[in-house]
Every structure is written in C-alpha cells, then in structure tokens.
Ligand binder design. Structure first.
Ligand SMILES: O=C(O)C(=O)C[C@]1(C(=O)O)C=C[C@@H](O)C=C1
Length: 180
C-alpha cells in the first residue's frame, strides 16, 4: 500500500503532464504532412513486392532531390537545407519499405490489399506532396521553437503507438531542428 500511493500519485502527475501538453503545436502541420508522405511507403512496398523491384531507386532519388533544390528558393529555403530534409524523407520511406518487405518475406505473402502502380499513381502522389512539405518547412524554419529537439521528441512519442511508424518519423525529422 505504501508503494501504491506514491506510484498512483506519479501516474496522475504524468497523466496531468500529458493532458497539459498533448502535442507540440509548433510542429503541426509539418509532422502531419511528413506522415502523409510516409503513408505512401506501404503502397510503394506492395508494388515493389509484386514486381520484385529493389527498394533503392537511385535515379529517382536524384530526380526528387534535383527538383527540390530547384524549387527551394521559391519557399525561401536554402537548397542544401531542402535537399537534406528530403533526403531524410526518402530514407524514412525506405526504412518502412524494408521493414514491410521483411515482414512479408517471413510470412511468405503481402497483405491482400489493392496494388497501386508506382509510376502512374504513387510517384505522382509523392511529387504532389513536395510543394506542401517545402512550404511547411519554410514556415517552420522562420520560427523554430526554443528547445526544438526535446519538443520534437515529445511530439513524436505522443504521435503514434506503432514502433515502426515512430522510428520512421524520427528518421524523417533527423535534421529538422537547428543544431545547438
Ligand atoms: O519512387 C520510389 O521507387 C520509392 O521507393 C520512393 C522513394 C522516395 O521516398 O521518394 C524512396 C526510395 C527510392 O530509392 C526512391 C524514392
């Protein structure tokens, strides 16, 4: 009983903390758009499973990064900053693809959901998110929050219960906060 009361108090305090700061508003909607891009990784992985394609598509990565560099200036972002941010989005996307392909290999099959075509459907969707992500990155960079890394970690941990999704979000935001 002596142990129960303090631990109950601790739980209530922790609960109080998480209710007081359910998420970090400074990171929204940027995190939501990062997540929208990651949402496409499972469909990309399905296409790659069905067509036995490698996760890595270096030529496509070069195209994405070249386009991002070309457009960065219109969003008031340094080209290297934009390229590094998108490189992180690509790496996070690959992390999910590798993990899912590994899961499906163990099971000997992928989930029986509808397959979308990589070239006609999925890459155009990824491209469409580019402008939104650049816009939100530019906005974020104009007012990065104080204590950015800690607030980001808080935002990410309260974002999802899925360990793979959490890891991918950590990877995607690896260079988001300014270095101290
Ligand atoms: O377009 C693909 O083939 C993808 O897998 C998507 C993506 C990306 O995130 O943009 C990820 C990995 C590839 O190396 C190239 C691009």
């Amino acid at each position: 009983m002596r142990l129960v009361i303090p631990s109950l108090c601790c739980s209530l305090v922790l609960l109080g903390c998480s209710v007081a700061t359910p998420s970090q508003p400074e990171f929204h909607p940027l995190l939501a758009h990062i997540e929208h891009r990651l949402d496409l990784a499972s469909s990309v992985a399905r296409h790659k499973w069905d067509h036995q394609l490698p996760v890595e598509a270096p030529e496509r990565e070069r195209q994405v990064i070249t386009r991002v560099r070309q457009h960065a200036d219109s969003y008031d972002i340094n080209a290297d900053r934009a390229a590094a941010f998108f490189n992180d989005q690509i790496e996070a996307n690959k992390l999910i693809q590798y993990a899912l392909l590994d899961r499906w290999t163990l099971r000997g099959q992928r989930p029986p959901t509808e397959a979308l075509d990589l070239i006609d459907q999925l890459r155009p969707r990824l491209d469409k998110l580019q402008a939104t992500l650049l816009f939100e990155l530019g906005r974020f960079d104009r007012h990065p929050p104080a204590d950015c890394a800690r607030k980001l970690a808080d935002a990410l941990i309260s974002h999802t219960n899925d360990p793979l999704r959490h890891l991918a979000m950590v990877r995607a935001t690896g260079q988001l906060c300014p270095k101290r």
